[in-house]
Design a protein around this ligand. Structure first.
Ligand code: 13P
Ligand code: ZN
Length: 316
């Protein structure tokens, strides 16, 4: 980035394993057709090993920029994040122009760019939302904010509902937050009201894999202005309740994952299920009473065979 001295060399940055994984996810999404223009964004909460490996490439010259939220759970954390306005189409070609590393200050109230961001780019316009969502997941992990202070995440962190979430019990909390604009999901938001149970049922029933990928169901946020704090907070509430996928009606889908493959795979499965549902609906004359579909009993059987805690409250 141009404000820093010395500028970090793009090539060692692009060679970092976590940067390669991040860029691969962005490029895969572009190839799927999920990222028109600058549509979509992503962030990754780096591990201590990632930070140590990339430390020689970091500069501390950038000024601190206040966050719109306070997230003490993320104090001192580092994130790889996409640049606002950047095109996923160019992620593989120009990684250091498409993303960069930010450091969060020691109270979780500000960030500074420390690597990447070539051309003086800035983090995604939805950075506050990403931070709130990461804060909700990190709160579950208990590895940050050892003083017990929860900041803005306290508004929606509900340990009881998180404990009830099957995903958070069986896998570590997500480090990857990935947002895309997939056509089948946006199209389905024209057909279903923003109701998590209705969406979860429709997606689960579309194909048998779904209940294995998101047994907790999906969260749904009705229309909100892109980049708004309302959208950020509503999404983080879903994360705090253990959801790893949140539909943004008429906008797209946000998925979290413990790895890039996990986040991408969840997005892929949900997009495919929405596509199957929409295709069947169109072929069926726009009626959702299909001659044959996966039943509630069959969903329960899949969950039982794999020892998954299906979110029963979403079944009819
Ligand atoms: P950014 O380019 O600011 O990341 O915005 C993309 C987007 O998809 C907003 O919803
Ligand atoms: Zn978007």
């Amino acid at each position: 980035m141009s404000v820093m001295a010395p500028p970090c060399s793009p090539s060692p940055f692009a060679d970092l394993a976590f940067v390669r994984g991040f860029v691969r996810m962005c490029d895969d999404g572009w190839r799927q057709g999920w990222h028109e223009r600058n549509g979509g964004n992503a962030s990754y909460r780096m591990t201590a090993a990632d930070v140590a490996e990339s430390r020689p490439l970091m500069s501390e010259a950038d000024a601190w920029t206040p966050l719109d939220v306070r997230a003490p759970q993320l104090a001192g954390a580092h994130f790889l994040v996409t640049v606002t306005g950047s095109f996923m189409r160019y992620a593989a070609e120009e990684p250091a122009r498409t993303c960069g590393i930010v450091e969060i200050d020691n109270v979780g109230a500000a960030y500074r760019r420390v690597c990447g961001f070539d051309g003086d780019g800035r983090p995604t316009s939805e950075f506050s939302g990403h931070m709130l969502i990461h804060a909700a997941y990190a709160a579950g992990e208990g590895e940050q904010g050892s003083d017990g202070e929860r900041g803005d995440a306290a508004l929606f962190t509900d340990p009881a509902s998180r404990a009830a979430s099957p995903s958070s019990l069986v896998t570590p909390p997500p480090r990857v937050v990935y947002h895309a604009h997939p056509v089948p999901v946006i199209a389905l938001s024209k057909l279903l009201s923003p109701d998590a149970a209705a969406w979860s049922r429709a997606l689960w029933r579309a194909m048998t894999e779904c209940v294995m990928v998101f047994p907790e169901g999906v969260g749904v946020v009705g229309f909100e202005v892109p980049g708004s704090m309302e959208l950020a907070r509503a999404s983080a509430e879903q994360a705090a309740c253990g959801k790893r996928a949140v539909v943004w009606a008429h906008h797209g889908l946000l998925c979290a994952g413990t790895s890039f493959d996990d986040a991408f795979g969840r997005m892929h499965a949900i997009v495919k299920a929405a596509d199957i549902h929409n295709t069947a609906l169109a072929v069926n004359g726009v009626s959702s009473s299909f001659a044959s579909n996966v039943t509630d009993g069959e969903l329960r059987a899949i969950a039982k065979s794999l020892g998954l805690a299906l979110n029963e409250s979403y079944l009819a």
